[in-house]
Design a protein around this ligand. Structure first.
Ligand code: OFO
Length: 163
């Protein structure tokens, strides 16, 4: 059985994952409007992945007999300077999500809620992978550059990252 504190924190995380999904969807729209087809597809695909993160938490809360809650989700930013700005923001956002997951893990340990602690390990691993994914993209942008054909190549590379 979850404590009220854990229910509240897990519900906050559901909200953050849904917000993440909307951020990536808005970024996908921006990329699409700039003809960055590969990045648009990749970010839309990632938006779907974030929803699955939200649903996994949602199901966990419900399975314990607690009430999962869908809260208000802020509108994401819809304008960006360039492709580097987009992926810089994805990376910064994932660092924020990792911090939130680590706070949840801390809370689970403090509450001696070992079932939730165990459940959250999937997110700890996932965040490590996501930070790496977006850091790698930023590195590629720096190496290839975005002048002339560089932007075309970067966009194609990003599109090829879809699993
Ligand atoms: Fe991109 O992170 Fe969810 O958890």
């Amino acid at each position: 059985m979850l404590s009220q504190k854990m229910i509240d924190k897990l519900n906050e995380q559901v909200n953050l994952e849904m917000y993440s999904s909307n951020i990536y969807l808005a970024m996908s729209a921006w990329c699409s409007s700039k003809g960055l087809v590969g990045s648009a597809k990749f970010l839309k695909d990632h938006s779907t992945e974030e929803l699955s993160h939200a649903y996994k938490l949602f199901d966990y809360i419900n399975e314990t007999g607690a009430l999962a809650q869908v809260g208000q989700i802020d509108a994401p930013k819809s304008d960006f300077v360039d492709i580097k700005d987009v992926f810089h923001k994805t990376y910064e956002h994932e660092l924020k999500v990792s911090k939130s997951i680590f706070e949840l893990v801390d809370a689970a340990l403090n509450e001696k809620d070992y079932a939730t602690f165990n459940f959250l390990q999937w997110y700890v691993t996932e965040q490590h992978e996501e930070e790496k994914l977006f850091k790698d993209i930023l590195d590629k942008i720096d190496i290839i550059g975005t002048d002339g054909r560089g932007l075309f190549m970067i966009d194609r590379e990003i599109g090829n990252l879809i699993k």
